[in-house]
Design a protein around this ligand. Structure first.
Ligand code: SF4
Length: 475
């Protein structure tokens, strides 16, 4: 393992590669034709990417979580070899910033010494509480493991799009419903039936096209069929390129299954009860980013509070497991002091900035400063009913799916998108100096027009794009 990392981290190999950023890696709409055997290598230890603050490394451990000691080692390595900034991405990957081509190999060696093995191959994502959540329908880790092994045994290995993503979701308190994937498996909880998995393609849980309901074994075979079909289409093919109708016919061995209603997914931030004694504590580094020193300080106290394991989750979260309930209050206070958002209803949870200026070379503005400004002047928008996506450029890395409001940086100012993604048609453009006042205008629009009991999202939807554009023009 060590040898592989060291060779892969050869500093001379990292420059000039046509890799996309982590942020872009989290997007589902950009692909590069890399062999599946190096699927996880962009922009990871083997191929960091040059950004505004140096080389960026993205990392997804192959284990569900890390021990506090492992995460501390990762943070120390990030500080020693980079600028110490650590991010948790929208899909729950670690991202370390500010490395140089001279020290990536040393970073890789430190990570290896900590016993952290980066995941490689096709990305198969499972909910962060898999295996510990009593309310889950199935433990998706086991299905994911079998699937990885089935893919690894293919000869020849299929050439797949570099950003191809598979989600295996066993349900429970924290699902991955809002993340987009090329291929989705979702456990169904049909009464009086054996456990089945719904196989779907191209989208989030709400938008993906279902193909069939299959047993675990059939689901694995089904995914392999889809991967081979994608490879036959071409090395850039994505789930959206598959012919859903012909696949539905092909998978008609079992009747499709109407899904039983399931409890809505919890926020990954805050206390998540698991049973009478146990709970997971979800924390979110403020606007998705924390400095290694703050993380190391927090981990010392978390370890003293008996935290056994830390997993990454959706929406830039960290999930602490093993924490006795009577230690939670103390640890929450420490977490706030170390720069974490700790409450599910913290208005800052609903602002999603990308890395922004100072960190990403493509950024046209300081998205994290704008996020702080929004909390300050536009809190009416942040009632939890909608998300505001602050995107430094049109790529939209931090929130690939549509958001109620997206503010996209451009060379001459900002594009305001309503109910769309960063590449959707904007309703208005504002000038370079007008961002903070535009945020205040949007907040004021909601404050002045919200009916009693109405959410910010409903209010904006009712007002419509034209009213929003007019307010921005006049504001
Ligand atoms: S500016 Fe933001 S959206 Fe654009 S590439 Fe950088 S991180 Fe991604």
């Amino acid at each position: 393992m060590r040898a592989r990392l060291m060779v892969a981290a050869d500093a001379q190999t990292v420059k000039g590669q046509a890799c996309l950023s982590q942020e872009a890696a989290d997007r589902s709409d950009v692909a590069s034709p890399l062999p599946s055997m190096v699927r996880g290598a962009c922009p990871s230890l083997s191929a960091p990417m040059q950004t505004g603050d140096g080389l960026l490394v993205r990392l997804r451990p192959s284990t569900p979580g890390l021990t506090t000691a492992q995460l501390r080692a990762l943070a120390k390595a990030a500080e020693e070899h980079g600028n110490g900034l650590i991010e948790i991405t929208a899909r729950g990957n670690f991202q370390l910033r500010g490395m140089t081509s001279q020290n990536v190999a040393a970073l890789a060696a430190d990570i290896d010494r900590a016993g952290i093995e980066p995941e490689s191959g096709v990305a198969i994502e499972v909910p962060p509480l898999s295996g510990v959540d009593p309310s889950e329908i199935a433990d998706a880790r086991s299905l994911a493991k079998q699937l990885r092994s089935a893919i690894a045994s293919l000869h020849p290995q299929p050439l797949l799009a570099a950003k191809l993503a598979i989600i295996a979701d066993g349900g429970g308190r924290l699902t991955l419903d809002e993340l987009s994937a090329d291929i989705r498996l979702k456990a169904t909880n049909a009464a009086d039936r054996p456990q089945l998995w719904t196989l779907a393609i191209a989208g989030t849980d709400a938008t993906a096209t279902p193909l069939a309901a299959l047993s675990g074994e059939q689901a694995i075979a089904g995914v392999i069929t889809l991967l081979k079909t994608l490879a036959a289409i071409g090395p850039r093919a994505r789930g959206r390129d598959l012919d859903a109708a012909s696949l539905q016919a092909q998978f008609s061995t079992l009747p499709s299954l109407a899904r039983s209603p399931t409890a809505p997914s919890s926020s990954p931030v805050g206390l998540i009860p698991l049973d009478k004694e146990r709970a997971a504590l979800g924390l979110r580094p403020a606007f998705g980013q924390i400095h290694a020193q703050d993380l190391i300080r927090f981990l010392g106290l978390a370890e003293a509070a008996d935290v056994r394991e830390i997993r990454t989750g959706p929406e830039h979260s960290l999930l602490l497991l093993g924490l006795p309930r009577d230690r939670i209050e103390d640890l929450l206070a420490v977490a706030v002091d170390c720069g974490f958002q700790t409450r599910a209803d913290d208005p800052a949870n609903y602002v999603i900035p990308c890395s922004g200026a100072g960190a990403c070379a493509s950024a046209h503005y300081a998205t994290k400063q704008a996020a702080a400004d929004l909390v300050d002047v536009g809190a009416e928008l942040l009632d939890g009913s909608l998300k505001v996506h602050l995107s430094g450029c049109i790529k939209g890395c931090a929130h690939p799916s549509p958001a109620m409001l997206t503010i996209v940086g451009a060379a001459t100012g900002y594009a305001i998108v309503v109910n769309g993604s960063s590449s959707s048609e904007p309703v208005a453009y504002i000038g370079k100096e007008k961002l903070k006042s535009a945020l205040a205008t949007l907040g004021k629009l909601v404050r002045n027009n919200k009916a009693a009991g109405e959410s910010a999202q409903r209010c904006l939807k009712r007002l419509g794009r034209d009213a929003i554009a007019t307010a921005l023009r006049q504001g």
